[in-house]
Design a protein around this ligand. Structure first.
Ligand code: SAH
Length: 218
């Protein structure tokens, strides 16, 4: 299978066709080998219009959702970004091509370890990954120009608002455990936050002190 052809088709048919125009985002999606972030048995599906299982009851996000969330941050190239929910590391890889540095938090150690290995293999050296509860943010490295949350939260965790710089953007899914609204919150001034609803979406739950308290039951 020619993965670069599959990738081009993915960008044209799933991302450009749905209105994403940021050339830097499109270039990053064309460049990152998404098939390396899934199990070998799923590689032939890596460029399909869907999320896919990555083990530990978690998923690699749908390509369009990765593109839409990334585009919503309106990145220029010199930002420091916080990502919550490293998962496979695919979104991390896309962000790493678009900003100065990516700080990413994953609560499941095996996933963080696997992501670290692939990102190292791809020689992406501007990424810090840590294992822990991402609902508290990453205080030592704050403030951030952007915070991207790849898991659904019942509310907007206070720490994310606190850890955004002025002009910074937070993109996160808010709702119940089965469906959410993707929101963008821009910190206009110290105490002024502009909120927008971008689209409906479905993410795995954000589990932690400021998110859902327990894992969903099957
Ligand atoms: N962007 C990732 C999405 C992975 S799914 C990808 O495309 O691969 C969301 C991830 O968020 C899961 O790996 C889950 O373990 C993680 N997660 C859930 N709650 C978290 C928390 N409080 N802190 C850090 N990671 C969390």
């Amino acid at each position: 299978m020619d993965y670069s052809v599959a990738r081009r088709r993915m960008v044209e048919q799933q991302i450009v066709s749905r209105g994403i125009t940021d050339e830097r985002v499109l270039d990053a999606m064309l460049a990152v080998p998404r098939h390396l972030f899934v199990d070998t048995g799923l590689q032939s599906h890596a460029y399909s219009d869907a999320s896919l299982p990555i083990g530990e009851k978690q998923t690699i996000s749908q390509p369009y959702m990765v593109a839409a969330m990334t585009a919503a941050l309106e990145l220029q190239g010199d930002e420091r970004i916080l990502e919550i929910g490293t998962g496979s590391g695919y979104q991390t890889a896309v962000l790493s091509r678009l900003v100065k540095r990516v700080y990413s938090i994953e609560r499941i150690a095996v996933l963080a370890g696997r992501a670290r290995k692939i990102l190292d293999h791809l020689q992406m050296s501007n990424i810090n990954i840590k294992v822990g509860d991402g609902t508290m943010g990453w205080k030592d490295q704050a403030p951030f120009a952007g915070i991207l949350v790849a898991a659904g939260s019942p509310d907007v965790p206070e720490k994310y608002l606190e850890q955004l710089e002025i002009g910074g953007k937070l993109v996160l899914p808010v709702g119940d455990q089965s469906q959410q609204i993707l929101m963008r919150i821009i910190r206009k001034d110290k105490d002024i936050f502009a909120r927008e609803q971008l689209m409906g979406c479905r993410f795995v739950p954000l589990i932690g002190e400021q998110g859902w308290k327990t894992e969903p039951v099957d």
